[in-house]
Design a binder for this molecule. Structure first.
Ligand SMILES: Nc1nc2c(c(=O)[nH]1)N[C@H]1C(S)=C(S)[C@@H](COP(=O)(O)OP(=O)(O)OC[C@H]3O[C@@H](n4cnc5c(=O)[nH]c(N)nc54)[C@H](O)[C@@H]3O)O[C@H]1N2
Ligand SMILES: Nc1nc2c(c(=O)[nH]1)N[C@H]1C(S)=C(S)[C@@H](COP(=O)(O)OP(=O)(O)OC[C@H]3O[C@@H](n4cnc5c(=O)[nH]c(N)nc54)[C@H](O)[C@@H]3O)O[C@H]1N2
Ligand code: SF4
Ligand SMILES: [Mo]
Length: 752
């Protein structure tokens, strides 16, 4: 470690997908000092304000320290691990035998910092015949994935560090980060007169303040704004014709539709000055490189899948692919989505994209007497009773399950509804990693060693899943003996024995992570045993990207695996060249397939599409779940981690405050079709008239140091409805909830 005495230990921040490398000092089990890790290849010493508060995650009073079983009266009793494991395994086995394993549904598997545990879940689920699953990606990224799959087959990332023009669509990276060293990069862009930033957002966010072009759309009208931008590219001949001719198919159909877009009319519909739209499009069209980031502002608003398509047209039409500062198809260590076509859910027939059931339909897939309903669930590292639309419907549905098991570090809203709760070791008490490895040309994988032993009574997830597997008894231990022996001889012997074992016994291939944990695992240092499954992924990475892995300095899969085990601050696992982007396109012709007929039909339909969802009863658009300086999903339960905004204020515009009689710091009542809540008001000139916003991650149950239960702020999904969802991906419209806001008189506040 660079210049640091060895009292500092390397790990990573677990609060967002960046997983910045950090170094920490401990006093006992307390994280006392935290700094950015300069040796981390992606974050290079960077952190934002939130990382310094991580001890509130490690040490909080809601932590679980023993398995719990719910009694018929709803209270919980402590049980020992052996009892919990055998009853849970028997319970799922009985449901699989009686109703079929596909009635067992798996939700979660990893949050912002932990994907290693979830990697082991597959073996148990497959052994039971369970295959339906979901997680938070199915309430944000599945629409984009559907578009990506059509266009080029995989996820893309912008190279903002080098982009001449950066475009942020419904994305506020100053607050929400999401790409390496976000604030540093944003500063560099805004300080460099030769670079530009385009921000599409109704709010004057901290990012928008730095923008050269702030297209301040009315909430929910991005489709018109993006169609107008793409229309200008075609109509003013700003496309890269050479790139399109060489690397893209289906251009003519797209050009025809965009050629007909009435730019002036669409600019008016989204509320942005036509000249500003044209100027932004020209800046994009003439730039040497363009990178685009779309996020929840469009992904959780009306027309979200269409917006994903349109914003990708901006960089494809202008040929900003496979070049420095452009958009890239990156390597992945483990894919976040399953490949294959769109499936359908058993009850509602909702689209299953990338293998994920839409979060919004989960209650409907349970709350029915349909014979194919989900009857049992495992929730791991996720809190759907708080994070999925319409918390009340989710709670009613979960109450109908014959078996609900929650694996979490804390007593969450979801855990309270479970039949069994299994206490996990925290991400600082076990070996951990994420599969948020999304960068190009250098891509990083960081295996974090534990900082301390698991809190007594807790177990790392890989061990939990292994115990559940052993209880099922589906793998004959004798079959594993040759692999165990080979593992003791070394990696080469293990590789050979492994290929032979899986070749002759396909059953083992199905439960691979478990096999690796049981055979290779015992030869790893005890605290790294949970990393065994990475051996298989390292082999796969070396086979999928042989040259890029070699360029990163790893001779083969075994060398990569060993580098991962040894590295404390993360290793670069692939180094790509810009040309490689084309080879990463999954279509056989290695060209981008631009024409998606359904999307082009949607663009045509925009002319006649209704303007909005608000009504005289619910006249305001509420964005339920904004990222702020002190929000971090549901990861921190203890509200005292926040240095400001303790109640998670409702931000309203100056105009609406005057119109509705709301005062800064006063109280108001927000009502939607789904529910009502009382909030603290913040009058803000960043907000547009008719638009209000509440932060995410508030309103969590919490046990304070005196053992009292309390909750602060509004749980955003007490106000959202599950029917408000995208036609293609069924992703929610959390950012676009029609609402009514009324002042709460002071007397009523004082009287409680
Ligand atoms: N501080 C913090 N950072 C986080 C997280 C956190 O909880 N806290 N969570 C992480 C996670 S899981 C995610 S997915 C990302 C999300 O990151 P972001 O998507 O950036 O986060 P949001 O603040 O939810 O939404 C982004 C923007 O959408 C805008 N918006 C609202 N309505 C519309 C609209 O109709 N059109 C457009 N164009 N914009 C609109 C909002 O004003 C907001 O600025 O953040 C990650 N980073
Ligand atoms: N209304 C509204 N709803 C939203 C959003 C919004 O903007 N508005 N945003 C959506 C988005 S983008 C996201 S990503 C989701 C996030 O919602 P979820 O998928 O529910 O994920 P998190 O909130 O990150 O919760 C993580 C859980 O993991 C637990 N945990 C932490 N460490 C460990 C560990 O090591 N092991 C185990 N087993 N558990 C652990 C935490 O205690 C917590 O319960 O919320 C979504 N919900
Ligand atoms: S950017 Fe994300 S990972 Fe990095 S310190 Fe901030 S919250 Fe943590
Ligand atoms: Mo997210």
């Amino acid at each position: 470690m660079t210049d640091l005495p060895d009292t500092w230990q390397s790990t990573a921040c677990i609060l967002c997908e960046c997983n910045c490398g950090i170094v920490v000092q401990l006093e006992g089990r307390t994280l006392t000092r935290i700094r950015g890790d300069r040796d981390h290849p992606a974050s290079r010493g960077y952190t934002c304000n939130k990382a310094l508060r991580l001890d509130h995650y490690q040490n909080n009073h809601s932590r679980l320290t023993t398995p719990m079983r719910r009694r018929p009266d709803g209270t919980f009793e402590e049980v020992d691990w052996d009892t919990a494991i055998s009853e849970i395994a028997a319970g799922f086995r009985a449901i699989a035998d009686t109703h079929g394993g596909d009635k067992i549904f798996y939700y979660g598997g990893g949050g912002q910092g932990n994907h290693l545990g979830g990697a082991y879940s597959g073996a148990f689920l497959k052994a039971l015949g369970s295959h339906y699953r979901s997680n938070a990606l199915a309430q944000e990224k599945t629409g984009e994935h559907w578009v990506d799959a059509h266009l080029y087959g995989n996820h893309t990332r912008g190279e903002f560090e080098h982009a001449e023009v950066s475009v942020f669509v419904g994305k506020n990276p100053w607050m929400s980060q999401s790409f390496p060293r976000a604030r540093v990069v944003l500063h560099e862009i805004s300080n460099d007169p030769s670079r530009s930033m385009v921000v599409i957002d109704p709010v004057v966010t901290d990012t928008a303040k730095m923008a050269d072009f702030h297209l301040r759309v009315r909430p929910g009208t991005d489709a018109w704004c993006l169609a107008a931008l793409a229309g200008v590219l075609v109509q003013e001949n700003l496309c890269d014709e050479t790139f399109l001719a060489d690397h893209v198919t289906g251009v003519a159909a797209v050009r025809k539709v965009l050629g007909e877009v009435p730019v002036g009319e669409y600019a008016a519909r989204c509320g942005v000055d036509e000249e500003l739209v044209r100027a932004a499009a020209r800046r994009i069209g003439r730039a040497g490189s363009v990178a685009v980031f779309e996020d929840l502002g469009v992904q959780q608003s009306p027309n979200s899948t269409l917006c994903s398509y349109l914003d990708k047209l901006l960089w494809i039409l202008t040929g900003n692919f496979a070049k420095r500062g452009g958009q890239h198809l990156h390597s992945s260590f483990a894919p976040l989505f399953r490949s294959g076509g769109v499936g359908r859910t058993p009850v509602t027939g909702a689209p299953i994209i990338g293998g994920l059931v839409p979060s919004n339909v989960v209650p409907e897939e349970i709350l029915t007497d349909h014979p194919d309903r989900f009857r049992a669930m495992i929730v791991e590292s996720s809190n759907p009773a708080h994070s999925v639309a319409d918390s009340r419907a989710v709670a009613s549905a979960f109450a109908e399950l014959e078996l609900l098991v929650v694996i979490d570090v804390a007593m969450t809203e979801t855990a309270r509804l479970a039949h069994y709760v299994l206490p996990a070791a925290t991400q600082f008490e076990k070996v951990e990693a994420t599969f948020f490895n999304l960068e190009f040309p250098h891509n990083t994988f960081h295996l974090r060693h534990r900082l301390m032993e698991p809190l007594p009574g807790t177990l790392p997830e890989p061990e939990i899943w292994a115990r559940l597997m052993r209880a099922l008894g589906v793998v004959d231990d004798a079959e594993l003996t040759p692999l165990r022996r080979a593992a003791e001889e070394g990696r080469a012997a293990f590789t050979e024995a492994f290929l032979q074992a899986v070749g002759s016994n396909p059953g083992l291939g199905k439960v691979l992570p478990f096999v690796l944990y049981e055979t290779l695992g015992p030869t790893l240092p005890d605290e790294l045993r949970g990393a065994a499954a990475l051996w298989g992924l390292a082999q796969k990475a070396a086979m999928t990207y042989p040259e890029a892995v070699a360029r990163a300095g790893h001779a083969d899969g075994n060398a990569l695996f060993d580098a991962i085990l040894e590295g404390r601050s993360g290793v670069t696992f692939t180094v790509h060249e810009y040309e490689d982007d084309f080879a990463l396109i999954s279509h056989p012709d290695r060209r981008i397939a631009l024409e998606i007929p359904e999307m082009l039909a949607e663009v045509r339909r925009l002319t006649a599409a209704p303007a909005g969802l608000t009504s005289s009863e619910f006249p305001i658009v509420l964005s339920a779940g904004e990222r702020r300086a002190y929000t971090a999903n549901d990861i921190f339960r203890d509200p005292s981690w926040r240095k400001r905004d303790p109640d998670g204020a409702l931000r309203v515009s100056v105009e609406d405050a005057a119109l509705l009689g709301l005062s800064h710091g006063g109280r108001a009542r927000v009502t939607t079709a789904a529910g009502a809540a009382e909030v603290t008001v913040e009058v803000s000139d960043a907000m547009m008239s008719g638009h209000a916003s509440l932060p995410n991650g508030y309103g969590l149950d919490f046990v304070d140091s005196d053992g009292r239960e309390q909750s602060r702020g509004v749980a955003p999904n007490s106000l959202t409805s599950s029917e408000w969802r995208d036609a293609y991906a069924a992703t929610p419209w959390h950012k676009h909830v029609p609402a009514r806001i009324e002042p709460v008189p002071v007397a009523a506040v004082a009287g409680g």
